[in-house]
Design a protein around this ligand. Structure first.
Ligand SMILES: [Mg+2]
Length: 277
């Protein structure tokens, strides 16, 4: 086995159950999980392994956490890179020539996000009694969260309404695949066509990291699966709460993978100990 020098972490579902990273950007982001994170930090320090975080969440709400974790990070599904050492953040799209054709779409979306507040009331009026919330701290992706018994069906209804006030050129960007529209039973996201995989690839090449010296932890099949395949030669771990399909893929890796018996933070620590102790 080659020496593991770097460890890559998805955040929600891997280092926490998720709540601490959302909802209250002004509050203490580490509440309730500080003890766990201290344990994790000490373990990574003792292992002499450098950490990288890749998350769908916005830099605004994870900045404090990422600084505490001392992780160079890709946030907002890989669209934003943040280095806590320098406090510097920049757009993946602006610095990679392969994304040159996305710059216009990215700028148009950011411009719209800045003024998106004026449509909030319209949506609440259109769907009385439904709880709909635009994530104000997302500056690079447009996100509406909702709680509705109708789930995905409600996402369709909500998007039909959002589409009535989205500028024509943003609708074009979506149909051309420069912006990606994602709907699920809890949220609608519109984001540049950059993924966690590409955010991670950017960090790996920036730091000149070879995939075979990387350990990577994730829990979702659709967003973490492709990201983990960026380091096909590396070591993959997932906690017990992970998507069944991701677990199967990791089990099939034999000695290059470990599926934990425990869920969430404890499960990730179990995987880390398996490969690093
Ligand atoms: Mg996750």
């Amino acid at each position: 086995m080659g020496k593991i020098k770097y460890a890559v972490f998805d955040l929600d579902g891997v280092l926490s159950k998720g709540e601490i990273f959302s909802k209250d950007p002004s509050g203490d982001m580490l509440q309730g999980e500080r003890e766990n994170l201290e344990k994790w930090r000490q373990f990574m320090k003792d292992s002499e392994v450098q950490c990288i975080a890749v998350t769908g969440r916005s830099l605004e709400i994870t900045r404090e956490l990422l600084s505490h974790m001392d992780c160079i990070s890709a946030c907002e599904h890989g669209t934003v890179i943040f280095d806590p050492k320098t406090e510097e953040s920049y757009s993946t799209i602006d610095c990679e020539t392969q994304f040159g054709n996305l710059i216009g779409a990215k700028n148009r979306l950011e411009e719209f996000i800045e003024k998106s507040e004026e449509f909030d009331e319209l949506l609440l009026k259109k769907f009385p009694g439904e709880s709909i919330k635009r994530m104000r701290e997302n500056l690079h992706i447009l996100t509406y969260e909702f709680e509705s018994e109708k789930g995905l069906e409600f996402a369709e209804e909500l998007y039909s309404e959002i589409a009535t006030f989205l500028p024509e050129n943003i609708l074009d960007d979506i149909s051309q695949g420069k912006l990606v529209l994602k709907k699920c039973g809890m949220a609608i996201d519109i984001m540049p066509a950059v993924t966690k995989s590409e955010g991670l690839s950017h960090i790996l090449s920036k730091l000149e990291i070879s995939p075979d010296e990387v350990l990577i932890a994730g829990d979702s099949f659709h967003s973490d699966g492709p990201m983990m395949r960026v380091v096909e030669e590396g070591f993959w771990i997932c906690p017990a709460n992970s998507d069944r399909r991701l677990k199967e893929e990791i089990l099939a890796r034999g000695s290059q993978g470990y599926v934990s018996e425990k869920p969430f933070f404890e499960g990730s620590m179990e995987g880390l100990r398996y490969f690093l102790e």
